[in-house]
Design a protein around this ligand. Structure first.
Ligand code: FAD
Length: 443
């Protein structure tokens, strides 16, 4: 990480901690409603902290480039997932602790939503929405929930959870009635409403004003398509190799039907963008229908998995599985355009030789760069003398330079491969901080 990223990363993380903990300090240190004991206030503080964290989740997923830049999207989404579980824990503890106090033993007993007073019903609603959020997210693949309906439901449950939480606080007028606490909750509510408007209205509107147009669509090996896009009536944006953008095709940015794809072209060719996309589901299987001249929208660039952040590196090792080659290809094409001379190693795993995307261009790049490409095939042809099977520790040991060579390592492919490669590289002595991975799978 560059010192600038360490500084801004520390700043954002401190701000996050401050905003999550602020309600606790204010509840515990501020004036207490008369006759309330510590455990009641502590339980209320946990509830407030959970609500503050839920509001901040909207900031984590609002795709602010400046917020994600120091950490990268992978880390931010992984933090988003973990912190949801923490806030669920706080939400559950909140009524549990209250039920242990003499003030509100009825909290647990009165889960009878029909007869209980209006105020706790909102709390119950928030807990239900949160439970639905967590269950559908953790179990999305197990329950075979399609991504796009899941994503819409996720947004609705998230809005529902925060809305019910805010109403739960609002109708309990101890808090909105006191200037400090009322001010705090009005600010958090405004922050949350502002973030929702930003994501749902402002961002799509900005995208519509800066459209792209499809210049060409060409087939690639491995049932993939490369789309070339150019900005239409604006200057586009620069990007670093390894970054990605959210692409909307066949729809308006307001429809929330965008998909993330790594840029596969050279960063030196920006603002011209290339995406290489493998056919997988309903959206990606429709790419053959895209005609030159089609309007497209791209939100980006995002992601921190780029060699451009490691100017000090003596060389780079790339490990790609299948379509995970795209960010590596962007690196290699950018390096070729820049006349890079540092040693480069690409370990590229595929099932069949015929399906190796960019096979011919990689051979040409080996001649143009200080690059060695090692192919590993799951189903090799009979005459194959190269590596076979999955990328394992033994395979890596045979090819990667010594751990103290000062190289940086980039890994992209199926989540299982990433886990195996990260573990194997660490066992080979590579520092975890020198391994950078991009999962093509957000949930
Ligand atoms: C950072 C990143 C970079 C990526 N880069 C590439 C790339 O360069 N080339 C490539 O072929 N693929 C890439 N992918 C994967 C690509 O986004 C999915 O394959 C694609 O969205 C599948 O859409 P589908 O509707 O055709 O498939 P589906 O069958 O609907 O979905 C298959 C899986 O793709 C994911 N997915 C589907 N829709 C979305 C969405 N709207 N947003 C996020 N994830 C979704 C889900 O995990 C889903 O289970 C990348 C993913 C990420 C997260």
């Amino acid at each position: 990480m560059r010192p600038r990223h360490v500084k801004t990363g520390t700043l954002w993380f401190s701000l996050y901690l401050f905003l999550s903990l602020l309600p606790v300090f204010i509840v515990l240190l501020g004036p207490k409603p008369p006759g309330r004991e510590f455990l009641v206030e502590f339980s209320v503080a946990l509830g407030f902290m959970a609500l503050a964290m839920m509001c901040l989740q909207f900031a984590l997923t609002a795709r602010f480039q400046w917020l994600k830049e120091p950490f990268g999207s992978d880390l931010v989404y992984s933090f988003h997932r973990s912190i949801s579980l923490v806030s669920v824990g706080f939400v559950l503890l909140h009524p549990l602790l209250l039920s242990l106090t003499p003030v509100r033993p009825e909290v647990l007993i009165r889960l009878d939503v029909v007869n209980q007073p209006f105020y706790p019903r909102w709390g119950f609603g928030a807990a239900l929405c949160l439970a639905a959020l967590v269950i559908t997210s953790l179990g999305r693949k197990r329950f075979h929930l399609a991504y796009e309906p899941w994503r819409r439901a996720h947004a609705l449950f998230a809005i529902g959870a925060v809305l019910c939480g805010v109403l739960h606080v609002a109708v309990e007028n101890h808090y909105f009635g006191m200037p400090l606490k009322g001010g705090l909750w009005i600010s958090y509510t405004l922050l949350w409403v502002g973030l929702t408007l930003w994501v749902r209205l402002v961002k799509p509107w900005l995208e519509i004003r800066r459209p792209f147009v499809v210049e060409s669509v060409r087939p690639e090996r491995g049932t993939a398509w490369t789309l070339t896009l150019t900005p239409d009536g604006h200057r586009g944006f620069p990007f670093a190799p390894g970054q990605f953008g959210w692409l909307t095709l066949f729809a308006s940015p307001f429809s929330d039907r965008e998909h993330p794809f790594s840029f596969s072209g050279s960063a030196e060719a920006a603002p011209r963008l290339e995406f290489t996309i493998k056919e997988l589901g309903d959206f990606t299987r429709g790419l053959h229908r895209v005609a030159p001249g089609t309007r497209a929208y791209v939100d980006g660039p995002f992601g921190a998995i780029t060699a451009d952040r490691h100017a000090h590196a003596t060389g780079f090792v790339f490990v790609a599985g299948g379509i995970g080659i795209t960010p590596m290809m962007s690196h290699l094409r950018s390096f070729a355009d820049r006349g890079e001379r540092r040693p480069l190693l690409l370990i590229y795993a595929n099932t069949a030789w015929e399906d190796v995307t960019f096979r011919e261009e990689l051979a040409a790049l080996e001649a143009a760069l200080n690059l060695r490409v090692v192919h590993a095939l799951g189903r090799p042809p009979r005459e194959w003398s190269g590596e076979t099977g999955f990328v394992t520790e033994d395979l890596l040991r045979r090819h990667v330079p010594p751990a103290d060579a000062g190289h940086e390592y980039f890994v992209c492919g199926p989540p299982v491969m990433i886990r195996v490669v990260e573990r194997a590289l660490t066992r080979l002595g590579v520092r975890p901080g020198d391994i950078h991975a991009e999962r093509f799978d957000l949930v």
